[in-house]
Design a protein around this ligand. Structure first.
Ligand SMILES: Cc1cc2nc3c(=O)[nH]c(=O)nc-3n(C[C@H](O)[C@H](O)[C@H](O)COP(=O)(O)O)c2cc1C
Length: 353
């Protein structure tokens, strides 16, 4: 049996050989049980949506620019009139990391010591010692911590009560995930205790009920069409996440990067919705994909599975490395495309093929 120091040394050696998110994807498989691996890696039914999320990025190519003299890139982002800020235009998505190891959520929160970016606390990742009112005290003061709500059949009253106190507890925003009315379905054996079976079918009523109880920025996550996005904003959302839950709900669905430009065009084209903050997630594994999403109308990208892979390989340090890899790929791609500020990326950097 290796000592703790030796195990830490092994992890470090392995980490330093992992140069891309794909390296983390492979390495993480080695340290997970089959059940947890299926829970994280798999998608619904034929997994066509899961694959498409990633593959669809290749339908857009980046235009290489030279002679512009850009040597560094501004990556800061500001959302909701400066109420939420970030040092980079991407951040961990709301993910239930609790099946990975006890209190894995703490390692997500530890990222706040290294990065200043929004962290979405998944409602499902909470535990007896990790309760919603206490979490803001675990991150630096004024850190952009957001609470991601799942309405379940038996928790609505309690959630609504807590929403009205979220600001006083220190949260900077609320997210409602609305795309699990049929529950996540994976085509592989995943133990029941890893999957909630009691999600509520969220309607505009629930969005309005949350809106009435908080002045915090409100983000609705799980939108894939212009009409649903507009309805979410009409019901009180300040921001939307274009998301198909990482290909875990509807099979044979559109990729998020395909839905994004249509949603962005629709929301930006109307006076009532044009100030909506648009985020996207699904299949983002490279810095170039983040740049493409920004060019197609997103103001920020959320990262799901790659954060799991980082945590599985080397806990908070692994997740931090994943972010570092994406950050350096993004900056390099931006320079090579003549982008000096990632908050102002135009569609002109892309060609569709
Ligand atoms: C294992 C796993 C757990 C997830 N848990 C949540 C969750 O608790 N809340 C939520 O809103 N979305 C959850 N998601 C969806 C992610 O927030 C995100 O939409 C998706 O993972 C993005 O796709 P990607 O994994 O390809 O980056 C989960 C996704 C995975 C893979």
């Amino acid at each position: 049996m290796k000592s703790l120091e030796e195990q830490a040394g092994d992890k470090l050696a392995r980490d330093s050989k992992l140069l891309s998110v794909f390296d983390y994807e492979e390495a993480a498989k080695l340290s997970l049980s089959e059940e947890v691996r299926n829970y994280i890696y798999r998608g619904t039914e034929s997994e066509s949506t899961l694959r498409r999320n990633e593959e669809a990025f290749s339908r857009y190519l980046l235009r290489r620019r030279v002679l512009h003299g850009i040597v560094s890139v501004k990556t800061e982002a500001s959302y909701f009139d400066g109420r939420i800020r970030s040092e980079i235009p991407f951040f961990p998505s709301s993910i239930n990391v609790s099946p990975l190891y006890p209190n894995a959520l703490l390692d997500i929160l530890r990222l706040s010591k290294k990065y200043y970016f929004p962290i979405f606390v998944s409602h499902l990742a909470l535990g007896p010692s990790l309760e919603i009112p206490k979490l803001p005290s675990l991150v630096p003061q004024d850190f952009p911590l957001l609470w991601q709500i799942y309405f379940e059949t038996n928790n609505k009253d309690r959630i609504l009560k807590d929403v009205s106190r979220a600001k006083e507890w220190g949260y900077k925003g609320i997210t409602i995930t609305v795309d699990t009315e049929q529950n996540v379905k994976l085509g592989y054996e995943v133990p029941k205790q890893l999957m909630s079976e009691s999600f509520l079918a969220v309607t505009p009523k629930e969005i309005r009920e949350v809106r009435e109880r908080t002045s915090l920025p409100l983000i609705v996550k799980g939108l894939m069409t212009p009409e649903d996005s507009e309805l979410a904003v009409e019901s009180g959302a300040d921001g939307v996440v274009v998301s198909n839950h990482g290909g875990r709900t509807l099979d044979e669905g559109e990729a998020t990067i395909e839905a994004l430009p249509k949603i962005a065009k629709h929301l930006k084209g109307k006076r009532a919705t044009r100030r909506t903050e648009i985020f996207v997630d699904g299949g983002i594994r490279k810095g170039t994909s983040i740049l493409k999403a920004l060019a197609l109308g997103a103001r920020g990208c959320l990262i799901g599975r790659p954060i799991f892979w980082g945590l599985a390989v080397n806990r908070a340090e692994g997740a931090s490395n994943v972010i570092q890899i994406l950050r350096s790929e993004l900056t390099r791609a931006a320079i090579l495309c003549g982008v000096k500020d990632t908050s102002r990326v135009s569609g002109k950097i892309l060609v569709k093929c």
